[in-house]
Each structure stands twice: as C-alpha cells, then as structure tokens.
Design a protein around this ligand. Structure first.
Ligand code: PMM
Length: 292
C-alpha cells in the first residue's frame, strides 16, 4: 500500500480499496439533498454507513451538482461542524468535503482527519498552506471551475492526457506551497466538467493517472453518466436513488484497477465489492498478483 500521511493507522494499513461514505448536509445535493440537513439525522446516517462498512465518512455542506450556486461560509460551517464533531467523537474517521480553507480548518479542529477539496486547491488560495501546516491527508480532485460553469468546461482533445497533466500541475503547485506529496490522494473528478464519455474513459484508464505516483480516489456514485446509461426506453434517465447497483459495479471496476478509495452514498454493496476484488486479487497465481 502506498503511504498516505495524515490517515489514521486503521485506515492507512487497510490494503484493500477503502470505502468513503457520503454524508451530505445540504438541501440540494443531486441525489440526497435535504435528507440529512438536520444534524442529528446526519449523524445517525453517518453511523449507519460505518455499520455498513464505511472506512471513512465524507461530510459536506455545499452541493457541487452542476449548476449549483455557492452557500456562504457561515452557513457551510453551521451545517457541517456539529456533524463532524459528533461523528469524530464517536470514533469515525471523518473527511470534510469543502473548497474553503476556513471550513477545512474548523473541521480539522472538530476532529476531521481528511480534507476533500473538489477544487484541488484552486478555489481558495489559503487551502494549500492550511494542509501544509496541519499535515492532514488531502484529496485533490481534478476541477476546471465552479458548478455554474462546469458543463461548458467539459472540452478535451484527449481527456485522459489532459486530466493527467492538470492533476500533475496541481501536485506541483501544492508541493510548491509546502504540502508533502505523501499527504495527497488524487481524484479524476468524474462528472466535474466531464461528459459521460469522458467519465468512462477516465474510469477505464485509471492506470494512466496512477502513474502520477499518488493513490487515487474515484467518485462515481449516482452520477448522471450512470443515469443515462440506464435510461428507460423513452430516454428518461434512471433516477439518482436507483443508481446504486451500477455504482457498486463501478466500485468493483475502480478497485480492480487499483483505486485506493471510492466515494459512495450507499455503502453496503461497495463495501462488499471491494472485498470481492481484494479476495480475487490475492488468489491470483503467484507472479500475477498486483493492484488492490
Ligand atoms: N463528487 C461529489 C462531491 N464531492 N469529492 C470527490 N473527491 N470526488 C467526487 O467525485 C465528488 C466529491 C458530487 O457528489 P454528491 O453531490 O453526491 O456529493
């Protein structure tokens, strides 16, 4: 297992693909908006995800669905900090899904151990120095702009080459700001300035991104490309809440390609899938064992 600084030992030493369960404390996330806005409900949901096999929980207070408008910092803090504190106090490994250094700092103070920044440090100039100073594990996602603009930014000559180059630039910029590269997990950012075609290419060519030398986290859960794949005969996309079986299938694909972690809303099936992949990997003939 590639070393990741800032992760607690229990997670760091788990060799199989890790499962990150999503706790969205938002009124407007595309698949579960409004369900866990009440802090007590969010905390209960997080604990249920741990029971189902989540290795860590990703708490977010700002929706990043295409077209979403930003919430202000005070509101984001109000949503996430009590939930982070309660889950961390109960022993969960908590990741804070935020683009804001101020929110990340408050969450780390409240017990979070991972910062998941969908902007990879581009939305807030203070993020890299916070991560450098605290030594926290940092998930840097491929990102080309805020949700209001992202569909128009989904233009690539060759998506794998360009995402790889743009993630390499992020790695360099973060490292130049004092972040230890061993703190960083990279994420291709499926669905963020990506069409369905782009998402499938990236999922199929994770090995090209792994060449950057850092572990990868992949987020496919309930995303639009699964809705369109599974559309009804009349063309209506499969509703978000009915995309969990397909999500588990993508978890198996990502884990088999060596992803270090997946980020999912429905944990149980993906927790099973990563174990299936790990068992299959260790029963390959000697010499062929690699990956997860
Ligand atoms: N996707 C969403 C939110 N946060 N973070 C990472 N690192 N990777 C992702 O793919 C990702 C993310 C969007 O999904 P949501 O609205 O269901 O949380």
């Amino acid at each position: 297992v590639q070393e990741v600084l800032g992760l607690p030992a229990a997670v760091r030493d788990t060799a199989r693909c890790l499962v990150m369960g999503v706790v969205n404390v938002t009124p407007d996330s595309f698949s579960d908006g409004g369900l866990w806005l009440d802090p007590a409900a969010a905390v209960a949901h997080g604990r249920a995800l741990v029971e189902e096999g989540a290795d860590l929980l990703d708490v977010g207070g700002e929706s990043t669905r295409p077209g979403a408008h930003r919430v202000d910092t005070a509101e984001e803090l109000r949503r996430v900090i009590p939930v982070v504190r309660a889950l961390a106090t109960k022993g969960a490994v908590v990741s804070i899904d935020t683009m804001r250094a101020q929110v990340a700092a408050a969450a780390l103070d409240a017990g979070a151990q991972v910062v998941n920044d969908v902007s990879g440090g581009q939305a807030d100039a203070g993020m890299a120095s916070l991560v450098a100073r605290t030594g926290a594990c940092y998930i840097a996602m491929h990102w080309r702009g805020h949700s209001t603009a992202m569909d128009s930014l989904a233009v690539y000559e060759d998506v794998v080459t360009e995402v790889r180059a743009e993630l390499a630039e992020r790695l360099d910029a973060l490292t130049a700001s004092g972040v230890d590269p061993r703190q960083i997990i990279l994420d291709p950012g499926l669905g963020f300035a990506k069409t369905a075609e782009h998402n499938w290419r990236l999922l199929g060519e994770l090995d090209a991104l792994a060449e950057l030398g850092r572990p990868l986290l992949v987020g496919t859960s309930r995303k639009r490309f699964l809705g369109s794949l599974l559309a009804a005969p009349d063309g209506a996309p499969r509703p978000a809440a009915d995309r969990d079986d397909a999500t588990a299938a993508t978890t198996a694909l990502a884990a088999a390609k060596g992803a270090r972690a997946v980020r999912v809303h429905a944990v149980r099936a993906s927790a099973d899938a990563v174990r299936v992949v790990a068992a299959a990997a260790c029963h390959r003939p000697p010499g062929e064992r690699r990956g997860p």
